[in-house]
Design a protein around this ligand. Structure first.
Ligand code: HEM
Length: 444
């Protein structure tokens, strides 16, 4: 096992056996403590019962376990627990929708969601760090989750290349943020009257730390800034790609033509794509929502960790450290929720919006108990409106200025890829494109 080889080599070179013994004892104590906590969970435990309940199975096939859990427990209002192969001793629970209201309103001190400056947003090196750390951190996390046991992960930043690369980028980001933070400190000592000088995520973090008398180190600031970058790039790009695959799928040719006509019609009225103009693209919006309903990116939403032992109103008890979530994916295919759920119906949500009084409901960025694409409650994605508008602007550009199709052998979208609770469109699929104005051959 390469992980163990790396680890053993590191341990050999590590100085001081005493430190090692101390570390091992501390790890054991933590593991025993967690095992005790896990044993307090009084929720049915679901596993693969066909003889293969290996860690690898959870990496490749979690979707089918979620389906079983949905039918057997969630549909009957019951929660289920399942193996947290990333951290074997930390319970992981999926809740039925009846808990969503309490889950999203629970105080941060109890159920918690762990977790650009205008001077840097045009800096090419900063932008490159944001883009590369998005890929690196996803690859590192997937590799670590799939093949590094929890007890060995402390060594990853020293011996595992993908994690080392993430750390190197974090360090560089912290260096780059140094002058930004200095400028904020200097501004804070100046005249305080008038409107606030800065209103961005750096300033929010500075104010948050100050308000609580905490020290905002550059490392911490970099971690937060890069988290924002990952949160914004990762889901937006995958969702845009997934919707594009549906738009160029031969089965949706008519729908694509109708959407193109809608875009051209709105554009005649609004030569500039303002927010109100984009909001008139109701057919595109409906198509996007249907595309994500069937080809969702990620099975679960509203993930929270119990910071303290937590009891729901009906008595469901979560020991401290339990990870809870809502199953977003299977709900999308439930015939009790969506009529003819496995059929791609591009105007499904448009029809719903045509009902008097519901004109502003069922939009791509709407939130409700069955619309958890962007999460729920206090932590629901704060950028959902602008992310939706950005995706639409990208699609408008692609549809109006390019001819795009899959390469010769493919007419339909490729199968989505699953990696534990993540699902995403296959990024290796080849597509051909040609700029309309220039004509010429299709490029890969
Ligand atoms: C289509 C694209 C996007 C999707 C589907 C998406 C989805 C989500 C989801 C599901 C959550 C967790 C909500 C919860 O647990 O209740 C979240 C949180 C978050 N998202 Fe997005 N997001 C998208 C784009 C963006 C963009 C573009 C940004 C930033 C510019 C962003 C910034 C954030 C932040 C900062 C959080 C954490 C909020 C908090 O801790 O309270 N997201 N997003």
């Amino acid at each position: 096992m390469p992980v163990l080889h790396d680890l053993v080599a590191t341990l050999h070179t590590a100085s001081g056996n005493a430190a090692l013994v101390l570390g091992a004892t501390a790890t054991l104590a933590v593991l025993l403590y967690r095992r005790y906590r896990a044993s307090q969970l009084n929720i049915p435990f679901l596993k693969f019962e066909d003889g293969d309940d290996s860690r690898q199975r959870y990496v490749t096939d979690s979707g089918s376990l979620f389906k079983i859990g949905y039918e057997k427990y969630l549909k009957h209002g019951q929660a289920f627990a399942f193996r947290n192969y990333v951290d074997e001793l930390q319970p992981q629970v999926v809740l039925p929708l009846k808990y969503l209201h309490e889950l999203k309103n629970a105080p941060e001190s109890k159920l918690s969601l762990k977790r650009f400056s205008e001077l840097l947003c045009e800096n090419e090196e900063w932008l490159n760090i944001c883009i590369s750390i998005t890929n690196q951190s996803m690859q590192a996390a997937h590799a670590l989750r799939a093949s590094w046991p929890q007890w060995a992960r402390w060594a990853a930043p020293y011996v595992f290349k993908p994690v080392k690369e993430v750390r190197a980028n974090q360090r560089r980001a912290a260096e780059m943020l140094g002058p930004v933070l200095e400028a904020r400190k200097a501004a804070a000592t100046g005249e305080k009257s008038g409107p606030p000088q800065f209103n961005d995520t750096v300033q929010w973090l500075v104010d948050y730390a100050e308000g609580r008398g905490r020290k905002l180190t550059l490392d911490l600031l970099a971690q937060h800034q890069l988290f924002y970058a990952i949160a914004s790039i990762h889901s937006s790009t995958l969702i845009t790609l997934s919707i594009l695959y549906d738009l160029i799928d031969e089965r949706n040719k008519d729908a694509k033509d109708i959407i193109l006509a809608e875009i051209e019609e709105v554009q005649r009225e609004h030569p500039t794509w303002t927010r109100p103009a984009v909001s008139k693209l109701v057919k595109l919006d409906s198509f996007m929502k249907e595309s994500q309903r069937l080809n969702f990116v990620g099975h679960v939403r509203v993930t929270r960790v119990a910071k303290v032992p937590y009891t729901f109103k009906d008595g469901l008890y979560l020991p401290k450290g339990t990870m809870v979530q809502i199953l977003h994916s299977t709900l999308q295919h439930d015939p009790d929720v969506f009529e003819d759920p496995l059929t791609f119906d591009p105007w499904r949500f448009l029809r719903k919006r045509q009902v008097a009084g519901d004109e502003n409901k069922f939009q791509f960025d709407s939130l409700s108990d069955i619309e958890t694409e962007f999460g729920a409650g206090f932590h629901a994605c704060p950028a959902r409106n602008s992310a939706t508008a950005s995706i639409k602007l990208i699609l408008i550009r692609l549809l109006t200025q390019y001819d795009i199709k899959f390469d010769a052998e493919r007419q339909r979208r490729p199968r989505n890829i699953g990696h534990d609770s993540a699902t995403f469109p296959d990024p290796t699929t080849k597509i051909l494109y040609r700029q309309r104005t220039t004509g010429g051959g299709l490029k890969e």
